[in-house]
Write a protein that binds this ligand. Structure first.
Ligand SMILES: Cc1cc2nc3c(=O)[nH]c(=O)nc-3n(C[C@H](O)[C@H](O)[C@H](O)COP(=O)(O)OP(=O)(O)OC[C@H]3O[C@@H](n4cnc5c(N)ncnc54)[C@H](O)[C@@H]3O)c2cc1C
Ligand SMILES: *[C@@H]1O[C@H](CO)[C@@H](O)[C@H](O)[C@H]1NC(C)=O
Ligand SMILES: *[C@@H]1O[C@H](CO)[C@@H](O)[C@H](O)[C@H]1NC(C)=O
Ligand SMILES: *[C@@H]1O[C@H](CO)[C@@H](O)[C@H](O)[C@H]1NC(C)=O
Ligand SMILES: *[C@@H]1O[C@H](CO)[C@@H](O)[C@H](O)[C@H]1NC(C)=O
Ligand SMILES: *[C@@H]1O[C@H](CO)[C@@H](O)[C@H](O)[C@H]1NC(C)=O
Ligand SMILES: *[C@@H]1O[C@H](CO)[C@@H](O)[C@H](O)[C@H]1NC(C)=O
Ligand SMILES: CC(=O)N[C@H]1CO[C@H](CO)[C@@H](O)[C@@H]1O
Length: 484
């Protein structure tokens, strides 16, 4: 949905001129729909920096496939704006959804023109305590801004890998990233959460204040509230150590079995993470492996990935970069727009024959005109640190199960390809599940779609989460992301 930008109402500017001007301005426009009425009555309650828009242009999404299609976007500027907006929606029976990085690809969003999108993008600060051991991330901060803030404060914060993803969007589902071998999952590093609840109250949630809600938010966050800010452990490191060596290797199709076996067998030290992709390069499908080794600029990286390079890549690139420049998964994945009905699976192992079958499916799909940005990917992480905590420590269910998150991302601009893309996505996901090496089908919530049985997303926590949902959100106001 793209409305004209001219319709943007700058509440802040208008409020500075007084409420009479505001009313006059509104009445001078053709304003006879429900969204208009909301903007008129909610707008004056918000802070000066907030604005409203009938366009989603200021809050673009990564994928247009089944994307929320709100009647009104509220661009909040303060944490109180979130509270006021939720209270207003509750009083007026308006459905709402918070948007952060806009990368959620679950197909469970159903916000329509009668609904309101709360764009958290203005809540983007990351601040630190004096000794840099704790950081407070606001609800709309993107990975890029958190990584930049951490680097310039001589610290590291566990985030997702891609610059463009909402930092808390990723963390509230679990939070995988290249530093998790050292620090554990994102949820393991949270210290407290400022939350706007379904009841329209603002709570500071810690293990001491609200033990059950604390547990639920760390794995199923989007079902239980809007986190306006989170305090998280930050790890001071010297500038020399605040970087990573990243190697990228391209292999040819005939090497698939050897490459997959090498990635599967790789001894992942805590500093490491490894990524395997199928992608199209200069019109040709290729197999790409990328390896990350966090720490100072020394020779540990190449040694650690020697079993990968032994397979014989046709192209090899490697460099050490300071952490604010490390983004090996590539800004290319971040590109917004187009249709990307992605499907994901959690894996305990990578099986060469499965990846051969997936290659064949990939090659068939990208033969369709306009699909060459499509990709198949898997991220594997050292899990020892994460497994020092018990499964029961948070509502993220697959701590002791999943070593790797895989996703297939069909990517195109022509909606007539939707059916072919969905079929390709589901087929690849089935291939993964069949040889996942896990006892049951399991998918990390942030890589899931919504057509899976919810036990695949929530595991054995499903019943407990449903009970807590009844306590904290009995009328299902947070019902857009794998609703419990
Ligand atoms: C290119 C790309 C790279 C990725 N890389 C990683 C990665 O390295 N590690 C990883 O773990 N995941 C990764 N993911 C998956 C990612 O975690 C999910 O897509 C996640 O849902 C994105 O969050 P977002 O804020 O960008 O999206 P949004 O669509 O804005 O949010 C997704 C859901 O979370 C809710 N939400 C977001 N912020 C808040 C908040 N502050 N409080 C309450 N609810 C909130 C939203 O309401 C929505 O329901 C990646 C995804 C993509 C597309
Ligand atoms: C509501 O009115 C505004 C202002 O005239 C307009 O920009 C917007 O498109 C309308 N919304 C719908 C859902 O018709
Ligand atoms: C609230 O809105 C929903 C539709 O969005 C409607 O079904 C329901 O009847 C409304 N409830 C009240 C009390 O108006
Ligand atoms: C944070 O948001 C403000 C207001 O939208 C913007 O001007 C600023 O550039 C953003 N900062 C970062 C680090 O993204
Ligand atoms: C990392 O070390 C290598 C080898 O000493 C050197 O060539 C390179 O310039 C260094 N990179 C950075 C960014 O310092
Ligand atoms: C491929 O699609 C583009 C538009 O996406 C179109 O311009 C082009 O003609 C198509 N090519 C073929 C061979 O169909
Ligand atoms: C797991 O996924 C596979 C492949 O999609 C499917 O055949 C199987 O029925 C699923 N298992 C369960 C228990 O749902
Ligand atoms: C290696 C790499 O992809 N570096 C990129 C990291 O992000 C910055 C800013 O987005 C880019 O300029 C770099 O090219």
């Amino acid at each position: 949905m793209f409305f004209n930008n001219l319709n943007i109402i700058q509440f802040g500017l208008l409020l500075l001129q007084g409420s009479t001007t505001f009313a006059k301005h509104i009445s001078s426009r053709t304003c006879n729909n429900c969204s208009c009425a909301i903007a008129e009555t909610l707008g004056p309650k918000l802070s000066a920096g907030a604005s409203c828009s009938y366009s989603t242009a200021a809050a673009p999404r990564w994928s247009e496939f089944d994307a929320p299609d709100p009647g009104l976007v509220v661009n909040v500027a303060t944490e109180s704006d979130v509270l006021i907006t939720v209270q207003y929606c509750n009083e007026n029976n308006i459905s709402f959804l918070a948007q952060n990085g806009g990368h959620g690809w679950g197909q469970t969003f159903h916000l329509g023109l009668e609904g309101l999108l709360i764009n958290l993008g203005g809540l983007n600060s990351t601040t630190f305590n004096a000794d840099k051991t704790e950081a407070t991330i606001q609800g709309g901060a993107l990975v890029r801004s958190v990584v930049d803030a951490a680097y310039s404060n001589g610290a590291q914060i566990p985030t997702g890998n891609c610059n463009c993803v909402g930092a808390l969007g990723a963390i509230l589902g679990g939070g995988f990233g290249r530093l998790m071998g050292l620090y554990g999952l994102g949820v393991d590093n949270l210290l407290s959460l400022n939350v706007v609840t379904a009841a329209g109250t603002q709570l500071t949630v810690t293990p001491e204040t609200e033990e059950e809600l604390w547990w639920a938010l760390r794995g199923a966050g989007p079902n239980f509230g809007i986190v306006t800010s989170a305090t998280i452990t930050s790890y001071p490191v010297t500038t020399a150590e605040n970087g990573a060596w990243v190697g990228s290797w391209i292999f040819t199709e005939d090497q698939i079995e050897d490459v997959v076996e090498a990635v599967n067998d790789l001894d992942l030290l805590p500093e490491m993470a490894v990524f395997l992709y199928y992608a199209v390069s200069d019109g040709t499908p290729v197999v790409l492996v990328s390896g990350s080794y966090a720490g100072a600029n020394n020779s540990d990286g190449p040694n650690a990935f020697a079993s990968i390079t032994a397979v014989g890549p046709v192209v090899e690139e490697a460099a050490w970069s300071p952490f604010d420049e490390v983004n090996a998964s590539g800004d290319s994945f971040c590109a917004k727009g187009g249709y990307k009905p992605a499907y994901g699976a959690g894996l305990a192992q990578l099986v060469p024959a499965t990846w051969r079958s997936i290659w064949n499916e990939f090659v068939d799909f990208i033969a369709i005109n306009g699909t060459s940005a499509s990709t198949v990917m898997v991220d594997c992480y050292p899990m020892e640190k994460t497994r020092t905590l018990p499964d029961s420590s948070s509502s993220y269910p697959w701590r002791s199960t999943i070593n790797c998150n895989a996703a297939v991302i069909p990517w195109y601009d022509d909606a007539s390809l939707n059916a072919a893309a969905v079929s390709f996505g589901k087929s690849v996901r089935s291939l993964w599940y069949e040889t996942s090496g896990t006892a049951t089908n399991a998918t990390y919530i942030n890589y899931a779609v919504g057509d899976e049985p919810y036990s695949v997303v929530y595991g054995d926590n499903l019943a407990t989460l449903e009970t807590l949902k009844g306590v904290w959100d009995p009328t299902g106001k947070f019902d857009q992301f794998f609703p419990l």
